[in-house]
Write a protein that binds this ligand. Structure first.
Ligand SMILES: *[C@@H]1O[C@H](CO)[C@@H](O)[C@H](O)[C@H]1NC(C)=O
Ligand SMILES: *[C@@H]1O[C@H](CO)[C@@H](O)[C@H](O)[C@H]1NC(C)=O
Ligand SMILES: *[C@@H]1O[C@H](CO)[C@@H](O)[C@H](O)[C@H]1NC(C)=O
Ligand SMILES: *[C@@H]1O[C@H](CO)[C@@H](O)[C@H](O)[C@H]1NC(C)=O
Ligand SMILES: *[C@@H]1O[C@H](CO)[C@@H](O)[C@H](O)[C@H]1NC(C)=O
Ligand SMILES: *[C@@H]1O[C@H](CO)[C@@H](O)[C@H](O)[C@H]1NC(C)=O
Ligand SMILES: *[C@@H]1O[C@H](CO)[C@@H](O)[C@H](O)[C@H]1NC(C)=O
Ligand SMILES: CC(=O)N[C@H]1CO[C@H](CO)[C@@H](O)[C@@H]1O
Length: 424
């Protein structure tokens, strides 16, 4: 509320309690009633002051400075009479005050304008701040953008890292596997080394055995009764030679197993023998002559078919003549066994090779015809030195043993001899 308004209200308030009458008579210096009224006015004003909380030296200003104050007269009806002139004077006083206050108002308005202009400068400041804020926000946006870019980069890097981690793990697993393999390999190598050592030891032992055998060379496999293996044999007027002993005194003279050795050979080779004693071989006709000449022998033939069937043939006398006799099958003795007696027709026949034809045919080379070497007659019912076939084959060139001239090839055969006195 403006000060001017206060003054107007004050006038109205002061009129009511004093109940001015229209016809007032001017009184001269009757203080007490005026005092009261003024005090009342003062009370009222104080009341107002309390509400507005503006302290105004109201009474003293209205009463004191103007000596020409209006005179009041209060009658029995408590009516205050004021002369018109006094009232005018009073009005004048108030008007002056009003003017004075208008000036104050103007002053205050100016102040307000000033303040408003200050507000304007505040606004400027605000604008400035807003501009700064905008700049800041822009920076923030830029920074936020950069930050999000960095985030992306970090994410990409994390992805790469995880990929590398996965690869690393895989490599580590691989390495572990390799290490394990390596360990296994090392173990295997150690094992093999140990085995090589054992074998080297055995070899040395075997060599020693052989040397011992040399000293104890025998004329048959009988002394190596229980031991199959390769042993040294010595006969009169003949250089010592190695033979394959089969156990129970048997000496192997011929063996077919797998076709690893070629048996289509000439006379000299059949005389001297060929092949490997622990594999396929033929002992040699000269040794057969020497062995059977030294003491009587029996013959055992073992035959295996491709279907697994096994058959045997025994002949209780076996003698081979000298080279000058063409290594003739001089004696065969009696046959027994569950195979056929397929040697019988070859009894008393000379040995034939493709380069030494001793067979009964004049117009056929039986060794050539049967692709082997045997005691051929017209030509053969057995052909154990024939061509090796890996499966059962019907061929006159094959290894066969049949009294009815059928040529089913055999899977494996073995011929062995033993001194007759070994029989008990
Ligand atoms: C004014 O106030 C005083 C005390 O504050 C009081 O004694 C007096 O009676 C009042 N006057 C009137 C006219 O009410
Ligand atoms: C006015 O205010 C004063 C002090 O604040 C107080 O003592 C007085 O009683 C008030 N008067 C009225 C009428 O409220
Ligand atoms: C400052 O100015 C604003 C806008 O012009 C106005 O809204 C506000 O009331 C003013 N403040 C004062 C104290 O004058
Ligand atoms: C900065 O920008 C981010 C995202 O736009 C927002 O969340 C944040 O409140 C801003 N900060 C300021 C101080 O403006
Ligand atoms: C493989 O094994 C050998 C012998 O045990 C060792 O010297 C080598 O360091 C191993 N290599 C790896 C990759 O483990
Ligand atoms: C194998 O074949 C022979 C001759 O064909 C036959 O006598 C024998 O029973 C057969 N054995 C088996 C086990 O099939
Ligand atoms: C033939 O006799 C041998 C030796 O006694 C035996 O091992 C084989 O099983 C016999 N074969 C047949 C088909 O009876
Ligand atoms: C508020 C004020 O200043 N009151 C004064 C009014 O005048 C009398 C005497 O004239 C003083 O006693 C008051 O203190």
């Amino acid at each position: 509320m403006k000060k001017g308004d206060l003054w107007i209200i004050l006038i109205i308030i002061s009129v009511i309690p004093c109940s001015f009458s229209a016809t007032v008579s001017v009184l001269k210096k009757k203080e007490p009633p005026v005092k009261d009224c003024i005090r009342d006015i003062k009370n009222k004003s104080e009341m107002c002051h309390n509400t507005t909380q503006i302290a105004v030296p109201l009474v003293n200003q209205t009463v004191t400075p103007k000596p020409k104050l209006a005179e009041f007269q209060i009658d029995a009806h408590k009516t205050i009479s004021i002369s018109k002139d006094d009232l005018n004077d009073l009005l004048d006083v108030y008007m002056d005050k009003l003017a004075e206050n208008a000036a104050t108002i103007q002053e205050k308005e100016n102040e307000i304008i000033k303040l408003q202009s200050g507000n304007k400068s505040d606004e400027d400041q605000l604008k400035k701040y807003q501009e700064q804020l905008e700049a800041c926000q822009m920076q923030n946006t830029t920074l936020t953008h950069t930050l999000s870019e960095r985030d992306e980069q970090i994410k990409a890097l994390q992805l790469k890292t995880s990929v590398y981690e996965t690869r690393l793990k895989r490599k580590q697993n691989l390495l572990a596997v390799h290490r394990k393999q390596n360990a296994t390999n090392a173990a295997t190598i150690n094992e093999l080394k140990a085995r090589v050592k054992v074998l080297a030891y055995k070899l040395r032992e075997r060599k020693d055995d052989l040397l011992a055998d040399w000293e104890a060379a025998t004329n048959s496999c009988l002394p190596h009764n229980k031991m199959s293996g390769i042993h040294l044999m010595e006969l009169p007027d003949f250089r010592p030679f190695l033979v394959a002993c089969e156990g129970n005194g048997w000496t192997v003279i011929q063996r077919r197993l797998d076709g690893s050795v070629n048996f289509y050979r000439n006379w000299n080779e059949y005389r001297n023998g060929f092949g490997k004693l622990n594999g396929e071989f033929f002992i040699g006709l000269e040794k057969l002559y020497r062995l059977t000449a030294f003491q009587p022998h029996e013959l055992f033939v073992s035959l295996r078919l491709f279907n697994g069937s096994h058959r045997v043939a025994f002949y209780d006398d076996f003698v081979i003549g000298s080279e000058t006799e063409g290594y003739e099958l001089k004696l065969l003795g009696h046959f027994h066994g569950n195979a056929s007696d397929a040697m019988r027709t070859h009894d008393k026949m000379k040995f034939s090779t493709y380069d030494r034809d001793h067979d009964e045919f004049t117009h056929i080379n039986c060794a050539e015809y049967h692709h082997g070497a045997w005691w051929y007659d017209f030509c053969s019912r057995s052909n154990l030195n024939g061509k090796y076939f890996k499966t059962q084959t019907d061929s006159e060139q094959g290894i066969f043993w049949d009294q009815w001239y059928s040529f089913k090839s055999l899977k494996s055969v073995q011929m062995q001899i033993r001194p007759k006195n070994a029989k008990t």
